[in-house]
Ligand binder design. Structure first.
Ligand code: MD6
Ligand code: FE
Length: 205
């Protein structure tokens, strides 16, 4: 399968998952969400809600509220542990990242037609040596990626259902975000919108 380098250490596999794999993954996401429903994260300090809703799989999950960004072992609303990380995702992590130890968190982002995500770095993990792997399901998104400084010029690509992106090595701390999604570009999900899953190692092995 072809792999493109968007920026140093920022790798893109268009169509990495075929339709059948996307359907299987979507059904695992939907069953996880039955146990750990999407919650609305809020900006630290201001409490402003994100337009993206979230949940997690795995021993640790990323949350954000007035107290800040952090990883925790339980859902912020239900207080229950997060559902287990599906084995197929751990397998993909090993295959695409080459990291011998397993991921600890899979953040699930849900974008409705109006949702977006500002330019950010993923740096809440203690272990910043391990890459972050992203998988997209549903409507296409305009994904922007730059360098490790906010002022570095960015480029924008269309991330489609089944695409994988890896931020690794010199690209691990690259700024990135979602400018918007293009509703109605995929038939995978029965409603307009997009799931993005990001697999992370949080603590050193
Ligand atoms: C998204 N992705 O695709 C947002 N983070 O909806 C991310 O924030 C991201 O694509 C870390 C690594 C890869 C990513
Ligand atoms: Fe990110």
């Amino acid at each position: 399968m072809q792999k493109l380098e968007l920026a140093p250490g920022c790798l893109w596999w268009p169509g990495r998952l075929d339709r059948c794999q996307q359907e299987a993954l979507l059904s695992q996401v939907e069953s996880g969400l039955a146990q750990a429903p999407l919650f609305t994260p809020r900006m630290p300090r201001t409490g402003q809600p994100f337009s993206v809703r979230m949940s997690n799989f795995g021993p640790l999950g990323w949350v954000s509220d007035v107290d800040g960004y952090r990883y925790q072992t339980f859902h912020p609303d239900t207080r229950q542990p997060w559902p287990a990380l599906p084995a197929a995702l751990t397998e993909l992590w090993h295959t695409l990242s080459g990291v011998p130890y397993p991921p600890e968190a899979c953040l699930i982002n849900w974008y409705g037609p109006e949702a977006r995500m500002g330019l950010h770095q993923d740096k809440d993990e203690q272990d910043l040596t391990a890459p972050v792997l992203s998988l997209s399901l549903g409507d296409t998104a305009l994904f922007r990626v730059g360098g490790t400084e906010r002022r570095t010029p960015t480029r924008s690509i269309r991330l489609a259902s089944g695409d994988a992106v890896l931020l690794s090595g010199p690209g691990r701390l690259a700024y990135h975000g979602i400018d918007r999604i293009l509703p109605g570009t995929s038939t995978l999900i029965s409603r307009p919108g997009r799931f993005n899953l990001t697999l992370r190692r949080v603590t050193p092995p």
